[in-house]
Design a protein around this ligand. Structure first.
Ligand SMILES: O=C(COP(=O)(O)O)[C@H](O)[C@H](O)COP(=O)(O)O
Length: 318
């Protein structure tokens, strides 16, 4: 019989899958919250039954979206800290770990913001792609330092997360120019920095982020505009140290072509990859809460934080 997960956990997983909860850091925070809920609501009578429930909850969360490594990194953190021989002991350690993780997540974003802000000067214009809370933390910290910034915001088809970025920047009184994605190269001469987030960072320093990031980075390089990735260390993908690749999520074609128009267009293939890979040579700096790194050296930090292994302790033992 399948193990039931708490309804609130199933709801959070459904919201992640539907992208009502989205963005790598926000997904991580929600996954930690969900594991804490599962632990608190469990009525398991034995430690083994409790563990089985926690594995089931982790499995439901893991299966939502494949590209943001912040999700499995959250599960790993909580499971590595879950310890005890009784239900109460396990419950308490899981809840504590999830809360500690969420606190560290907030602190890391603040610390990263301070570091990223140091790269921005008074009067600079930044270009953004998609919506990244790590990027916005850098902008917010720069504004707090008293710097005036303006922004060129790419709409980021097909789901227009650029609108969320534009709204947040306007709330902070940053003048915003919203452009379609294909206009980016035309506007690069007017900007001082390209700022992007990350869903995963591979051991060779490649940045996996919202589709369109790699093309933007190539154009920025050609124009001589520095490109910075703002990414907390939960975006580092330990599996890539042992040769694994990052799965790129393929999403529904209905996000690209309105189903009503589909018949009119005729028999064509529509593909909708949600992310792409920007090679390290097109990225100037990866800004983390531990400092800024040239992409090629990020593996040193990855090894320090994750060790040589990439265990998956959230999976039920077979
Ligand atoms: O690509 C996206 C979001 O993709 P989606 O909208 O498909 O989830 C963001 O740039 C990263 O997740 C970083 O975000 P953050 O800095 O908030 O972690």
């Amino acid at each position: 019989m399948d193990t039931e997960v708490a309804p609130a956990v199933a709801d959070i997983a459904a919201e992640i899958a539907a992208m009502d909860i989205r963005g790598a850091a926000t997904i991580a925070d929600a996954a930690a919250e969900a594991l804490a809920i599962q632990a608190k609501e469990s009525d398991a009578e034995t430690a083994a039954a409790f563990r089985t429930e926690m594995h089931a909850a982790a499995g439901v969360l893991y299966d939502t979206r494949p590209t943001a490594v912040s999700l499995p990194n959250t599960l790993r953190f909580v499971f590595q800290s879950m310890d005890g021989t009784t239900v109460e002991g396990l419950r308490q350690s899981a809840v504590d770990a999830a809360e500690r993780f969420q606190t560290q997540l907030d602190r890391a974003q603040d610390d990263l913001g301070e570091i990223g802000a140091n790269r921005l000067r008074d009067g600079d214009t930044v270009m953004t792609h998609c919506h990244s809370t790590d990027v916005l933390a850098c902008v917010e910290a720069a504004l707090d330092q008293g710097k005036d910034l303006s922004a060129v915001v790419k709409e980021t088809r097909p789901r227009n997360q650029g609108h969320i970025t534009a709204e947040q920047l306007r709330e902070w009184d940053v003048p915003v120019t919203l452009i379609v994605d294909s206009a980016a190269r035309r506007y690069l001469d007017d900007v001082d920095h390209v700022l992007v987030g990350a869903d995963s960072i591979a051991a060779d320093g490649s940045v996996i982020n919202k589709i369109g990031t790699s093309g933007l980075a190539v154009s920025a390089r050609e124009r001589g505009v520095p490109i910075m990735t703002a990414a907390q260390t939960i975006k580092l993908h330990p599996g890539t140290m042992t040769g694994h690749t990052v799965e790129i999520e393929m999403r529904d074609e209905a996000e690209v072509v309105d189903p009503g128009d589909r018949d009119e267009i005729g028999d064509i293939t529509v593909e909708n990859p949600a992310f792409d890979v920007t090679p390290p040579r097109h990225v100037d700096a990866i800004v983390t809460e531990r400092g800024q790194f040239p992409p090629e050296s990020i593996v040193t930090l990855m090894r320090e934080l994750f060790g040589e292994t990439s265990e998956r302790p959230w999976e039920a033992p077979v």
